[in-house]
Design a protein around this ligand. Structure first.
Ligand code: FDM
Ligand code: MG
Length: 212
């Protein structure tokens, strides 16, 4: 394009149950992309560094109690407070690899019994991911991996409900990845699909918004 034009980065999200491998896969994916000379950053939600994020963190570690609707809106607010910097990064050509996003927000809160449409509403207008990897692992297998911390939600019976809700949220941006496969095989699939997506975004795919 013209001098000063810059092709945009891709918004790539990893979703899945606790212990499905999201964090390690996303870290590796970012290093891989950087190694190819592609500008990429690792982001995660909740972002526990903001003041909203600290409130969320205290709730997750059971140090405070909040009404289910209230905490749902705080998770959403935590994405809204990052929206403009995400957009700036994408427009500057940086690809964002994001560990959890709005799908976690809706899946976890609706698994508690909140209405799914009500849960989706505050996410409307956030940046839509260009690609969502769902690391698919049966809840029982995830539990066998051990290392559930002591945080709220890290229980097999609740994770089963979350898995059901995730299934309702699948759309065309989702790639279901079999997370039972060896780490290397999972990573290989993520790399190939992410590179394709980055190319599509570079060649002018517009940034869109969630759930409109
Ligand atoms: N979680 C995460 C939610 O309930 N709503 C959200 O919007 C997000 C982003 O927070 F149990 C839940 C999912 C998980 C917990 O996530 C903390 P990490 O990835 O374990 O930090
Ligand atoms: Mg966790």
């Amino acid at each position: 394009g013209k001098k000063g034009d810059k092709s945009r980065g891709a918004l790539v999200v990893l979703e899945g149950l606790d212990r499905s491998g999201k964090s390690s896969q996303s870290r590796r994916l970012v290093s891989y992309l950087e190694g190819l000379g592609i500008s990429a950053e690792l982001w995660r939600f909740p972002d526990r560094n903001t003041s909203v994020g600290q409130t969320i963190s205290s709730y997750l570690s059971n140090k405070s109690q909040l009404d289910d609707h209230t905490i749902h809106l705080l998770f959403s607010a935590n994405r809204w407070e990052k929206r403009s910097s995400m957009e700036d990064k994408l427009k500057a050509g940086t690809t964002l690899i994001v560990d959890r996003y709005s799908y976690s927000g809706v899946a976890f809160s609706s698994a508690k019994g909140l209405n799914i449409e009500w849960c989706k509403a505050p996410e409307i207008g956030l940046l839509a991911p260009d690609l969502v990897f769902y690391l698919d692992l049966p809840p029982e297998k995830a539990a066998e991996r051990g290392g559930y911390g002591g945080e709220r939600y890290e229980h097999l019976d609740f994770q089963r409900k979350v898995a059901e809700k995730y299934h309702l949220l699948r759309d065309d941006s989702w790639k279901i990845i079999d997370a039972c496969l060896p780490i290397e095989d999972v990573q290989k699939q993520l790399r190939d699909l992410a590179l394709d997506c980055i190319t599509t975004c570079q060649s002018g795919k517009p940034i869109s918004q969630l759930w409109l």
